[in-house]
Ligand binder design. Structure first.
Ligand code: PLP
Length: 494
């Protein structure tokens, strides 16, 4: 075997053409079909069951356990896509998707994603993708201006807010525990990062990943409106300092995941200045509303933060994944992550930006393209109007909850998410929790709406988020009707 030559009869004679990619003409025909399918899908996505009705394991069981030995026709591949994959999809683009945070993979965003897949560039350094690098600089700077962040903030794109927060906290570690990069955390003073009880779990993950351990994060209690209590935060920091623990960072959440509450950034910035800490603002969902003048008051003080994360893939109509991290001191990010092996050094190294210096991964997708398409297609005013309308629909829904004697709203509605529960008289505690979970499951199993839940101060509450471009008042009317019907079926008053 080892001394076989290409002319040996044991090696099949293939023309090099048959070893190439899909022929251009086949690609053209199939891609046209695919685009037709996508256009029809987007147009009729509201007719699909929003939550996949399949049981765990069903999708895998319907497909072969092994990859095909011989290539297959696209007809066969697309048939399985339609018949097996699509029924297993929970439709985030559905107008009645109200779970978690509602999102949209918009037309311009999808087209941007298609082009970035076609170009397939890897924006590691400037040379490997000049346009990928510079469009990322330009687009994040457009967004910075729209969000009214000061020009000191420098933006770059990550896949998710989890990674953006990890990068921000790595920069904080670099600034306030600089010895960690060389020597690790062994022997370093114990360090602490503070965030509210309502901060996203990605902050804990980042803290653990960075080596601070679970005890490296202290969750600070919130008030009745789920806002971090600065008085308790100060006490905690003072206690730590007295015990020799080094405060490294505060995380303020502007738009918490459960209730979209807004932490007091200005007061937290005061503490950061007093004690020497990094201020990271997690505004993954609500950050885009900084574009809308009526919401500007929620963002007072953000220009005092060291870093700010917002996810265009949440409420800026950009397909997953796209998270922008703005940082006032990008040197700290580079100090934490820059490490250039010889094969990646280039003459432009010190002139152009090298995105590989901004996080863990070397390779980077051309994500800026879809965000650039989205911002250009809708325009700032188009985005603002859409956000306003989503918030208006959410307030109308909240008004219905408020007016219904057997339902209660459990948090203010600063943006487009309503948190509420069914609370008929005489029902409390775990019984009420169970009933709410049952109602939610009943609504979700209709396939006509999808809600999610959370736990607040120990009790279950339901969440309805508005953020999809196809959502209209009629979808919310329908969801409210489904909830009332579910309550009636349960023998309660709607
Ligand atoms: N931060 C907040 C406030 C969130 O609500 C979420 C997710 O909903 C995240 C971070 C994590 O986002 P990602 O999925 O982009 O990591």
């Amino acid at each position: 075997m080892s001394d076989m030559k290409p002319s040996d009869p044991g090696i099949p004679d293939r023309s090099t053409a048959s070893l190439g990619d899909m022929p251009a003409e086949d690609f053209r025909v199939t891609a046209h079909e695919a685009v037709d399918w996508i256009a029809d899908y987007l147009d009729s996505v509201g007719d699909y069951p929003v939550l996949s009705p399949l049981q765990p394991g069903e999708i895998r069981a319907s497909l072969p356990a092994e990859a095909p030995e011989a290539g297959e026709s696209f007809d066969d591949i697309l048939r399985d896509f339609r018949e097996i994959v699509i029924p297993g999809v929970t439709h985030w683009n559905h107008p009645a998707f109200h779970a978690y945070f509602a999102v949209t993979g918009s037309g311009p965003g999808i087209i941007g994603e298609m082009f970035s897949a076609a170009l397939n560039v890897n924006a590691m350094n400037w040379r490997s993708s000049p346009a990928g690098t510079e469009l990322e600089e330009l687009t994040t700077d457009w967004l910075r201006r729209l969000l009214n962040l000061s020009e000191q903030f420098d933006g770059h794109i990550n896949d998710t807010a989890s990674v953006s927060s990890l990068v921000a906290l790595a920069a904080a570690r670099e600034k306030y525990l600089p010895e960690a990069r060389q020597d690790g955390l062994f022997g370093a003073p114990r360090a602490r990062i503070y965030a509210s009880e309502e901060a996203h779990s990605s902050i804990d993950k980042a803290v653990v990943t960075l080596g601070f351990g679970r005890s490296g994060i202290l969750r600070i209690p919130t008030d009745d409106e789920f806002v971090l209590r600065v008085d308790l935060l100060r006490e905690a920091i003072e206690r730590d300092v007295a015990a020799g623990v080094r405060p490294v960072a505060l995380v303020a959440t502007l738009g918490t995941t459960s209730t979209t509450s807004v932490d007091p950034v200005n007061e937290m910035a005061d503490l950061c200045e007093e004690f020497g800490m990094w201020l990271h603002v997690d505004s993954a969902y609500a950050g885009v509303t900084a574009m809308v003048p009526e919401f500007a008051h929620h963002f007072e003080g953000v220009n005092r933060a060291d870093s700010f994360v917002v996810n265009p893939h949440k409420w800026l109509f950009t397909p997953v994944d796209c998270s922008v991290l703005f940082c006032r001191n990008p040197d700290m990010i580079r100090a934490a992550f820059s490490l250039t092996p010889e094969y990646l050094s280039t003459p432009e190294m010190d002139v152009g930006r090298n995105l590989m210096d901004y996080g863990v991964s070397l390779g980077r997708r051309f994500r800026a393209l879809k965000l650039w398409f989205v911002l250009r297609y809708f325009g700032a005013e188009g985005v603002r109007e859409r956000i306003r309308e989503h918030c208006r629909m959410a307030r109308t829904f909240a008004g219905r909850v408020d007016a219904a004697p057997t339902w209660e709203r459990v948090a203010p509605v600063p943006f487009s998410t309503v948190v509420f529960r069914y609370a008929p008289e005489g029902l409390a505690g775990e019984e009420q929790d169970q009933l709410n979970m049952d109602l939610m499951d009943r609504v979700n199993s209709t396939g006509q709406a999808f809600l999610s839940h959370t736990r607040l101060q120990g009790r279950i509450a339901l969440r309805l988020a508005v953020g999809n471009l196809r959502t209209r008042q009629e979808h919310l009317d329908r969801t409210w009707h489904l909830l009332q019907e579910a309550a009636r079926e349960d023998g309660g008053a709607p």
